[in-house]
Design a protein around this ligand. Structure first.
Ligand code: HT7
Ligand code: ZN
Length: 857
């Protein structure tokens, strides 16, 4: 399997300004007739180069050059090579594909009787031969013809031009997309779908028709996605000055989809999990995720579609920026503080382990074997953190001037991360060159912070230093610029005695002096998580407890609670008897506070997850982590029983009340229920079952079931059965049923996941189902890392089996097996053994091969 390198980028030898596609659609047989207008690229480096068209599992049925049949072409592996004498030609190619047999879900495939496409990153080459690279932009004219009864709806990018009927009950539609686009943004949908229609009037007064297409029975579940879309459209006008550009914006929901959704120009295709919701079947988190993903894909219309990537190494150009945009949108729609805490939790749970493990890579990678493996938390979430740092350093006005210039300067182009930074610099006049190291250097910086106070001099000195551990291929590291929003809080007064300032740690170490400090100061640092780093603060006794109560920055306050918990948990993993009292007092104060909102309370009292605790240890012993955490949870449950019971029984209003207060109250109910059950499992099971039975919404129901699944109580089975029986017909809810059981914190989970893999409702063909069982189990730190190695073997079996159907989905399950170097020796050996078994499997895909071999290195 070849490695593609960033340094080998060459401009394309041929451009394709125009393409006409004719689809004769059928589930098992689709004919694709492509007519490409090709022109030699004046920027191409190889004079007289032949036309190279990528293909994947395609055979040309016929090739015509300038209207004449040609047999002068050759195959180069999967690709088609056509020698061309002149500088401009028309090349026509016929192919035939079988969407039904396409289990990879890339290219054109069948899902639930409909046809749909997924072309990013390299799926278009599974539809027709084409230079499948994002720097070749074309205008598309598409004709679709199909059986009208089977496929009454025919959609593609752009605007419809003409429709008509043909013989034998067939019909056709012709569409044109006026905006040149790379082929990864091509999309086509054919099926028996119904629309939820609405419209949006843009800031310049243009009316845009909106439609969300789903199966008829799902129509009642589409309103939240539609409302979110309109909010996103208005927000992008308000905050970024970006207006929608076509007359039509379509969203389609499909049930078999490799990722969350896809931003195809004017025709976004979504995993149905990110479209369909009603309070009875979707949780508050599901509702929030729908709003986030709908907004994310919509925002791509500018950050991705109008301005796209030159090559796939620049993926974070569109993904990091668009995640930053969707995070800001969600923050504006609800509580900014809680949103920031949630985003940082994901970063720490997923990206930090990725960055400290064998698959660590920079935001702009230098090489890959399979680009699908690089749709990672590093590209997306760490990429968004870098954009956030630009925003922090420049301030909102200069940042906006920078993005305005970026969109204006590069509209219709395929560009690089450097082009983005240059636009920010040119518009703001600020030199950001030092920040570019964040694009190329992998690893999470570790920052040391120590504050000394001289009471006599009424001065405090903050000493900072930084270090980045080596990562694969990068043994020595350069200094990184780290913007730290910092303030000092008075230990006595609990107020800001040194107001917040932005300290840039841009050397190996730095000292900052604060004058006029007339009471003992507490250090409030990396406020709002202004830099994606780990801060190792040297803390005095009582400092964190005081900050947890009085820090004026909500994120820093949350952080103080987390650090208090870490202190107790890490002592526990070393077998020391930790003092739980400071944390218990802090949690009690939090629960009883009249100022804090319930959503914040829920976040603040949640203990760090086991995988996050593992990140702080040199050698990981999952049993020690689990028992330290359980011991603390039990102590908290016992000590806080009355406060927990009060929060758990708080009325949250009706299940369809999606106000921040109602959502926060429900969240706090489930979080406190979990803690309460840790203190008294029997009572916990009783209350959980009562919450489950009384629930008029999925948030309360899933919250209760999430607690019950980890308890050995009769209520567990009763609730699981009732849940299954009630929602058997709803695939998205049955995904939850699989996922909850795979995440259960009990030793029986191993037997259970093996049984569930043979359950009639389980299938490897549907990525949501695979993620629900295998993905959730891989994140169940304690059980997955069972000392027997059974968890590792189960995941490896699933990966090998899934790889034969869908390599991309299979490869996504490999990372949990990559922690072997950090595990205690016995588990380390067992884990490595399973990775070797995967890597040695015959006929392995490039996707899984890359992940497994890199995880072994
Ligand atoms: N840009 C989209 C990426 C995507 C994707 C990538 C590989 C394989 C399948 C895929 N489906 C969607 C998603 C996004 O970031 O918006
Ligand atoms: Zn995206």
């Amino acid at each position: 399997h070849a490695t593609i390198r960033r340094e080998d980028y060459r401009p394309p030898d041929w451009l394709v300004p125009q393409i006409e596609l004719k689809f004769t659609l059928g589930i098992e047989k689709t004919r694709v007739q492509a007519k490409l207008t090709v022109e030699r690229n004046p920027e191409g480096l190889e004079a007289g180069a032949p036309l190279l068209l990528n293909g994947d599992e395609l055979k040309p049925l016929g090739v015509w050059i300038d209207g004449n049949p040609s047999d002068s072409w050759t195959m180069k592996g999967d690709d088609l090579l056509i020698p061309l004498a002149g500088d401009a030609h028309e090349v026509a190619i016929d192919t035939e594909i079988n969407p039904f047999a396409n289990s990879k879900l890339m290219g054109l495939y069948a899902s639930n009787g409909m046809l749909c496409t997924q072309c990013e990153a390299e799926g278009f080459r599974r539809i027709t031969f084409f230079p499948d690279r994002p720097d070749v932009l074309s205008r598309y004219k598409v004709r679709m013809e199909a059986d009208e009864a089977q496929f009454p709806v025919l959609l593609t990018n752009g605007n419809p031009v003409e429709t008509g009927k043909s013989e034998g009950g067939r019909h056709w539609a012709e569409w044109e997309d006026p905006f040149p686009k790379p082929c990864y943004l091509f999309a086509l949908v054919a099926g028996d779908l119904k629309p939820n229609r609405d419209s949006f009037t843009t800031m310049s007064g243009r009316k845009v028709d909106l439609a969300i297409w789903v199966r008829k029975a799902d129509l009642p579940k589409t309103q939240h996605a539609m409302d979110s879309l309109k909010e996103a459209m208005a927000w992008d006008e308000r905050v970024y000055g970006r207006e929608y550009d076509l007359d039509l914006f379509n969203i389609v929901a499909v049930s078999d989809f490799n990722m969350g959704a896809m931003e195809n120009k004017g025709l976004n295709i979504f995993n149905s999990a990110y479209v369909l919701a009603d309070p009875d079947t979707a949780t508050d988190v599901d509702f929030d995720n729908i709003a986030r993903v709908v907004a994310h894909e919509y925002f791509h219309n500018w950050s991705g579609d109008r301005v796209t990537c030159r090559d796939w190494f620049q993926l974070s150009l569109k993904e990091g920026f668009t995640v930053f945009r969707d995070q800001s949108f969600s923050a504006d729609m609800g509580s900014a503080a809680v949103k920031r805490i949630e985003d940082v939790r994901i970063l720490r749970m997923v990206q930090f382990p990725e960055d400290s493990g064998p698959l660590s890579h920079p935001i702009r990678p230098d090489s890959y074997m399979e680009i699908s493996n690089f749709y990672t938390s590093t590209i997306y979430n760490k990429g968004a953190e870098l954009i956030r740092m630009f925003h922090t350093v420049l301030g909102p006005e200069k940042f906006r001037a920078g993005t305005d210039l970026y969109f204006e300067r590069h509209d219709g182009q395929a560009v690089t991360c450097d082009d983005f930074v240059e636009a920010l610099e040119d518009a703001s006049g600020v030199d950001l060159s030092q920040f570019k190291i964040w694009y190329s250097q992998a690893g999470t910086p570790q920052v040391g912070a120590k504050l000394d106070y001289d009471a006599e001099a009424k001065a405090a000195t903050l000493r900072l230093d930084q270090r980045v551990a080596p990562t694969p291929g990068q043994s020595s590291k350069q200094v990184m610029p780290i913007p730290l929003r910092t303030a000092l809080i008075g230990e006595e007064s609990g107020t800001e005695i040194a107001p917040e300032q932005l300290i840039l740690l841009d050397g190996l170490s730095r000292e900052v002096r604060f004058e006029g400090i007339d009471e003992a100061p507490l250090l409030s640092i990396n406020r709002g998580f202004s830099a994606p780093v780990v801060v190792h603060g040297a803390r005095r006794d009582g400092e964190l407890e005081r900050l947890a109560q009085s820090d004026t920055d909500p994120f820093a306050r949350y952080e103080a609670m987390q650090e208090l918990a870490f202190g107790a948990l890490l002592a526990g993993t070393r077998g020391e008897q930790a003092d739980f009292e400071p944390l218990i007092r802090a949690v009690r104060n939090t629960l009883r506070s009249n100022e804090l909102d319930p959503a914040f309370k829920a976040e603040a009292i949640l203990l760090p997850q086991e995988a996050v605790i593992a990140e702080r240890l040199e050698v990981i012993d999952p049993d020690a982590i689990h028992s330290a955490r359980e011991q603390l949870r039990k102590a908290m449950g016992e000590a806080l029983m009355d406060d927990l019971a009060k929060a758990q029984s708080a009325a949250a209003g009706s299940g369809d009340d999606l106000s921040p207060l109602a959502k926060g109250t429900r969240r706090l109910r489930s979080v406190t229920l979990g803690m309460l059950a840790a203190g008294d499992p029997q009572q916990g099971a009783r209350i959980a079952k009562a919450q489950f039975d009384a629930a008029d919404n999925m948030t309360d129901r899933q919250g209760a079931l999430g607690v019950l699944v980890s308890l050995d109580a009769p209520e567990r089975e009763q609730a699981l059965q009732a849940f299954y029986d009630r929602f058997e017909q709803d695939a998205l809810v049955i995904d939850k049923w699989f996922s909850l059981q795979a995440a259960a914190q009990r030793s029986g989970t191993l037997d259970e996941v093996e049984r569930l893999a043979s359950h009639p409702a389980f299938t490897l063909q549907n990525p949501n189902r695979l993620r629900a069982l295998v993905g959730s189990f891989g994140m169940n730190h304690w059980v997955f890392n069972d000392a027997s190695g059974r968890g590792y073997r189960f995941v490896a079996d699933m990966i090998i089996a899934a790889d034969r159907l869908n390599p991309q989905a299979a490869a996504r399950q490999v990372p949990p097996l990559g922690r072997w170097r950090r595990m205690e020796p016995k588990r380390s050996e067992l884990m490595r053994g399973q990775l070797e078994r995967i890597a040695d499997t015959r006929g392995l895909s490039r996707d899984v091969y890359e992940q497994a071999t890199k995880s072994l290195a």
